[in-house]
Design a protein around this ligand. Sequence first.
Ligand code: PMP
Length: 364
Amino acid sequence: MKPTPKNGVLDIEIYVPGKSRAPEGIKLHKLSSNETPLGPPPAAIEAARRAMADLASYPDGQASELKAAIAEVHGLNTANILCGNGSDELLGLLCQCYLAPGDEAIHTEHGFLVYEIQIKAAGATPVVAPEKDRTADVDAILERVTNKTKLVFLANPNNPTGTYLPFDEVRRLQAGLPGHVILVLDAAYAEYVRRNDYGAGIELVSACENVVMTRTFSKIYGLAGLRIGWLYGPEAIVSTLDRVRGPFNLNAAAIAAGAAAIRDRAFIEAAASFNAEWLDWTTRAIEALGLQVTPSVGNFVLVHFPDETGKGAAEADAFLTARGFILRRVAGYGFPNALRMSIGSEEANRGVVAALAEFLKSPS
Ligand code: PMP
């Protein structure tokens, strides 16, 4: 139901972003929002600076320079691309345009929290599909499709689990959906994935009328602060969202920095290699402490604390925060006894592992 001033506020849990405060005097390692420790390519910073020279003018409402750069790098047509104020905005626009009260939209059990918020904000009903081994389960999703279903959200890799659904399975999901249901492939962590089937996602969008992919500059491109996302999809969907978005939804610095960042392929490749190396190291080092880590293909890991020891995620979080390591509590995602950790700098990764070892040895 849509709210009125009389019946109170929307019945939606407020999205609480990862915290970013360390105790005074202690060096902060913010590992709570899956940001990159490497920052953006230097050319992106320079481009943003140049764009800031003219703050009195509105930015280009079409974000043409950014769309052209994305199209060039990915071999796409600009008519199939829409840029957004972060991919969050694009997820919201999809709900605003394609959902109405009475409709349903499906997301997976441990899916990104913004889906549920935006589905509810559109007055529609979120439907949760259980996962198998903390990974999306295509059969469970398909079983929940009704004639009210309008959207299916699939983050691949998923946040906060970092798990990955092979593209044969994504294809099977698309093939099983009625044509009126839009499949939203949320590929926020795409650039980190080292699987040779990953490019198939873009091919699937190209081949279908009911599949879109959302991407972001907030992760490997290091531009979370500028809020840049993009969507690749069929012209009819892109054009629909384009009509509804704010006229100047990307600022001038974002447009310029995004275009410069996406062209620096050497920087991005180096950032992906850095992540792969430290993802592997961090996973193995935390497992060696006796904690379970969900196998991740993103730039973060989900660390599980066994209930029996009495040393749970809340205590570990307090212990790590006191030492400057800010991880993410994920109770809201259905993991009350786990913490999500972004892969950080070498110093941060080694520091968390050492602090966790100390935590596990300390008396409970
Ligand atoms: N999708 C997923 C799965 C995410 O984890 C995030 C960021 N936390 C987003 C979308 C949104 O990213 P942004 O709005 O910064 O582009």
